[in-house]
Design a binder for this molecule. Structure first.
Ligand code: MAN
Length: 581
């Protein structure tokens, strides 16, 4: 009591209210605690507020709503609107009771819980006037809390070592990448210059090559046309000879009438009008007129008829040499018997008349100009196609024709000069392709490095070592995969393909703790819902580990990921935590 009086008395020497309060609190706390070993204060008051409750002074409500005599503190009647006069009773609805909890952490509870029959404070002081039999278990609780705090401290300590190592590695790697980027940017200019130079060389080499190839092709086409014209004349000659049955040098209406193919209305006879229709309205035509005017009109039907006859003759010839199989059905009476003479004179044997121009022409040689641009704009795989094409080209150039008819269809081998020009152009193309590929490789590496260096790997680049790593966890249904700065996926345990849950987007932690949340967005679209996305909570842990993956809302996932990279916090020294006595 003397000490309280002394404290009050001492505080009177100071005019300044704040100084008075501070002085009173510090000096008196030391004195009171030093002398008694405990601080005298009303029930439910924290040490820090003890100085406001001085027994020999009126009590002023903290909010100034009233000044009451000290006796009215904790008298179970609420005088202050802020409940400060009833810290140890449940009289005020808005009050708080302070448990000292010696051996553990002090705690405030709502004053409505005081003496409610339930032990809220570990020291049991909230139930001082009830039937509740509270035991003081603060020491055990404090011990556990201190052990947990120590575990956390050790985790932080160990984690921080890894974090510091990661930060060093991250910085080194980023520096290396930046240097590589600089080097590539310098190399790119030289590679582009070389590519352009070789493109010029290639174009120059391709001009004479194309000319020579075109010349060769033109000569071949002319020769082909000449041969075809000869063949056509021959066919016309033959037809004339056959149609001119009496060999008088003209084809007459009567002679035409002997050929059923000219029966336009298919009534069984070739009428004079029908014959004349083909003979340019004349009674007869000489060879010149036949060749120039009649043959172009009749050659189709004449040829078809002739082919039909030839087929029939072949059948008959077969019948002569082969043993006919036992007929299983009645013989076809419409087919003339083999002995029967053929009414139409048989033309002399001729090679099968197939118009080479009607056959699809093989692309025997490749014109590099036509698709050059496409080729060089496409992916590298195209180089393989080039190789194949070249092989084809070579084959066409060197392989001898396999049959007589091929001779007419296939372009002959290039002459030595053209071959030389092709070889030169091939070499120029190869050199250009090589330089172009090198240039494109540099460009693509630059773009990859630029994207990589754009990523925020943390304030100290500490997250860099996680780049390129993936972490998995499996629950009852799915295996989830987290690849920091790249993607997050889900795969059913029953198999099937991976579902994209999102691509790396950004750090999404709150202000001051930005690197505590990763965000992955624009994953596979959810049926009737949003694109899948993932929020990854990143916490300090001994090792990198994906702990849990949940789906709180449809197609919105949440992962818990621990990593030493997140142990940037400096751990507080061991046993630093104090409790209030
Ligand atoms: C799949 C999974 C689930 C998701 C449904 C939505 O089954 O991706 O996580 O909820 O699709 O249809």
């Amino acid at each position: 009591m003397e000490i309280f009086v002394f404290c009050w008395f001492t505080s009177l020497f100071h005019n300044n209210m704040a100084i008075k309060k501070a002085f009173t609190f510090v000096i008196c706390s030391i004195l009171i605690f030093g002398v008694t070993g405990r601080i005298e204060r009303p029930r439910g008051v924290a040490i820090s507020k003890a100085s406001f409750y001085l027994p020999d002074r009126p009590f002023v409500c903290f909010d100034g709503s009233a000044t009451i005599s000290f006796e009215k503190v904790n008298d179970d009647y609420c005088d202050c609107t802020d409940a400060s006069d009833e810290p140890g009773t449940s009289a005020c609805p808005n009050g708080s009771f302070h448990c000292t909890n010696a051996g553990h952490k002090p705690q405030y509870i709502p004053s409505s819980r005081v003496n409610d029959g339930i032990c809220d404070c570990c020291d049991g002081t909230d139930e001082y006037d009830s039937d509740a039999q509270c035991t003081n278990y603060c020491k055990e609780l404090g011990k556990k809390a201190r052990e947990e705090a120590e575990r956390q401290r050790q985790l932080l300590e160990e984690g921080r070592k890894v974090y510091l190592d990661y930060a060093v590695r991250g910085k080194e790697s980023v520096k290396e990448k930046q240097e590589r980027l600089e080097q590539l940017r310098a190399e790119k200019d030289e590679a582009e210059r070389r590519k352009n130079e070789l493109e010029g060389v290639k174009k120059e080499a391709e001009v004479p090559e194309t000319e020579a190839k075109e010349q060769h092709k033109k000569a071949w086409e002319e020769e082909k046309a000449r041969l075809q014209s000869n063949q056509e004349n021959e066919r016309s000659d033959n037809a004339f000879k056959i149609l001119d049955t009496n060999n008088d040098g003209v084809v007459s209406v009567e002679e035409m009438q002997e050929h059923s193919e000219f029966d336009i209305d298919t009534d069984g006879t070739v009428s004079v009008e029908e014959a004349k229709e083909y003979l340019e309205d004349s009674e007869q035509v000489d060879y010149e007129t036949f060749h120039g005017k009649v043959w172009p009109n009749i050659k189709e039907i004449y040829t078809k008829e002739k082919e039909k006859q030839e087929a029939q003759e072949e059948e008959l010839a077969k019948g002569d040499t082969e043993q006919p199989p036992e007929p299983t059905v009645a013989p076809d009476t419409t087919t003339p018997p083999p002995e029967e003479p053929v009414t139409t004179p048989t033309p002399t044997a001729q090679p099968p008349e197939v118009d080479p121009l009607l056959e699809p022409e093989e692309d025997l040689h490749h014109n590099y100009d036509d698709d050059e641009e496409d080729r060089y704009n496409e992916d590298e795989d195209d180089d393989d196609d080039d190789e194949e094409e070249k092989e084809e080209d070579k084959k066409a150039e060197v392989e001898p024709p396999s049959s007589a008819s091929d001779t007419d269809d296939k372009m002959p081998e290039y002459d030595e000069n053209t071959k030389g020009l092709i070889e030169l152009a091939d070499k120029a193309r190869e050199d250009f392709n090589e330089a172009d590929r090198k240039f494109r490789d540099i460009e693509s590496e630059i773009s990859k490095l630029e994207s990589l260096l754009d990523i925020d790997f943390g304030g100290e680049t500490e997250f860099y070592p996680l780049y390129g790593e993936c972490f998995e966890m499996t629950d009852r249904e799915y295996t989830y995969k987290l690849c920091p700065f790249d993607k997050a996926t889900q795969r059913s345990k029953n198999g099937g393909s991976e579902t994209s849950l999102g691509k790396w987007s950004h750090w999404d932690g709150p202000d001051g703790n930005k690197y505590s949340v990763m965000k992955f967005e624009k994953g596979q679209n959810c049926w009737n819902g949003p694109d899948r996305s993932v929020k990854v909570n990143v916490n300090c842990g001994k090792e990198n580990q994906l702990l849990t993956a949940t789906e709180p809302n449809k197609c919105e996932y949440e992962f818990q990921f621990v990593t030493p990279t997140a142990c940037s916090q400096v751990p507080s020294p061991a046993d630093e935590s104090h409790d209030e006595l």
